[in-house]
Design a protein around this ligand. Structure first.
Ligand code: NAG
Length: 348
């Protein structure tokens, strides 16, 4: 048996320090205190992270089969409702009759102070998770196809249009410019200045920010064409069991006067296409065991590193100032914490 334990000693991975080498010093004490404080700080940060979770963002190919979705529109155009029409055109040539599901309410054209006017919309960021969750209140437009004050100077067009999940465009144009009509809107009344309160895809979450929300354009040209091109990305926000399945989009835009050849009529055109990917933004939590083992790893690493640093520091002092300096604050080898309390009397 003795033989065996002698053999096994070879595998002892933990270096032992002979008792006479383990002396206490004030520098050593101080460095331990710092290490412990730092360790507690790390523990605190980790516990906070564990309780709060972390944000995980993933892209995947969009496997969900989506046949249709809604476009949410809330726009004011500086022309009387009587002279405007709206519709959706997509590559399936479906007939959406947006004009019939949207509401056209006559209003005055007033620009609210918080609107971002006549700027390129280029500063959009993905809503962060908390912001999206705060905005997760769903809403529905209560009315459909309502017409009020249709001869007022401006027209508030709002509602929800069900469309196919394919490339297409939604547009608002003066009557008689897209399709010939017996009574087209008079050209001198054209004014495609507009304010966008809401333009989004998917379920209507009025409080989620979209790049076009609260932006607008004012023009002195009568035959202005506004083109917005949206690349729409299906996005799923997920937090503690709550899901928001929505779409975000990135945007480019152009505007110019209506051209003669290959005639594009004056109007507001919202072109859209869908990305074949899906963005998942969710809050995750690591498991309790993973958390405990992470803490253990970090803390033990911290103490080992602190030990090395301390020894390095002592070596440095020794090299710079010599042994006397290094030993100054040390207790004697044979000494202990209580040494100086014991009377140093040989007869004792
Ligand atoms: C359109 O209406 C806006 C706001 O009333 C005005 O500032 C602009 O000059 C008008 N443009 C045209 C072409 O009449």
């Amino acid at each position: 048996m003795d033989n065996f334990s002698n053999k096994v000693k070879v595998f002892d991975a933990f270096p032992k320090v002979a008792p006479e080498h383990s002396v206490r010093s004030s520098r050593g004490g101080l460095s331990s205190v710092f290490t412990i404080i730092f360790g507690l700080f790390i523990l605190w940060v980790q516990v906070g992270g564990f309780l709060g979770g972390f944000i995980d963002r993933q892209f995947s190919v969009n496997k969900k089969l989506e046949l249709n979705l809604d476009i949410n529109v809330d726009i004011v155009v500086a022309m009387p409702c009587d002279m405007l029409t709206a519709n959706v055109m997509d590559i399936t040539n479906d007939n959406f009759l947006a004009h019939e599901v949207l509401n056209f309410i006559g209003v005055d054209f007033r620009i609210p102070p918080f609107f971002n006017m006549n700027n390129e919309n280029d500063n959009h960021m993905t809503s962060n998770l908390d912001r999206a969750m705060e905005g997760s209140l769903r809403a529905e437009y209560a009315v459909k196809g309502k017409r009020v004050n249709t001869d007022a100077p401006a027209c508030h067009i709002f509602g929800l249009i069900p469309v196919n999940h394919v490339k297409g465009k939604f547009f608002i144009v003066p009557k008689g410019t897209m399709y010939p009509l017996r009574e087209p809107a008079p050209k001198d009344k054209f004014n495609l200045s507009h304010l966008i309160y809401e333009f989004s895809y998917g379920e209507f979450y009025p409080f989620i920010d979209n790049p076009l929300d609260f932006t607008g354009k004012v023009t002195k040209e009568k035959d202005q064409v506004y083109n917005y091109f949206a690349k729409v990305v299906p996005t799923l926000y997920e937090k503690i069991g709550l899901e928001i399945d929505t779409y975000q989009y990135s945007l480019t835009e152009t505007h110019h006067k209506a051209r003669g050849s290959g005639y594009i009529p004056p109007g507001i055109f919202m072109n859209y296409s869908f990305e074949p990917i899906r963005l998942l933004i969710r809050e995750k939590r690591i498991s309790f065991f993973a958390f405990v083992s992470r803490i253990a790893t970090i803390l033990s690493g911290l103490f080992i590193a602190a030990g090395y640093l301390y020894r390095l520091y002592e070596k440095l002092l020794f090299v710079l100032f010599g042994r006397k300096y290094v030993d100054r604050n040390r207790e004697k080898k044979e000494g202990g914490l209580l040494d100086h309390l014991v009377p140093q009397n040989k007869d004792f």
